[in-house]
Design a protein. Structure first.
Length: 95
């Protein structure tokens, strides 16, 4: 139904997904969801330091930090993902 409306009304579907320690393990499920919905574009990014975060909150959420206890788990996960063509990423990781 959504795809029919998109074609008829001429709009595009974009999703944004911000990766943090709270949701990095859901990336593959998100990709599966996007495979069903077929968005035109998906932007996936690492969490950025927002002004309202305390140092402690930032350290806990920033799973991209090499000092984070789940950093290696994230890196291993990212190595296994076959990123769809409509995904754009703004994070850099070592493979």
């Amino acid at each position: 139904m959504l795809n029919e409306m998109r074609d008829k009304l001429g709009f595009i579907i974009r999703y944004n997904y911000t990766v943090s320690s709270l949701n990095y393990f859901d990336i593959e499920s998100f990709i599966e969801f996007c495979d069903r919905i077929k968005p035109d574009q998906v932007f996936i990014s690492k969490i950025e330091r927002w002004g309202h975060l305390t140092d402690e909150q930032w350290q806990e959420l920033n799973v991209f930090s090499q000092n984070h206890p789940k950093y290696n788990e994230l890196q291993n996960l990212l190595k296994t993902i076959d990123w769809p063509d409509n995904f754009q990423k703004n994070f850099y990781y070592k493979i």
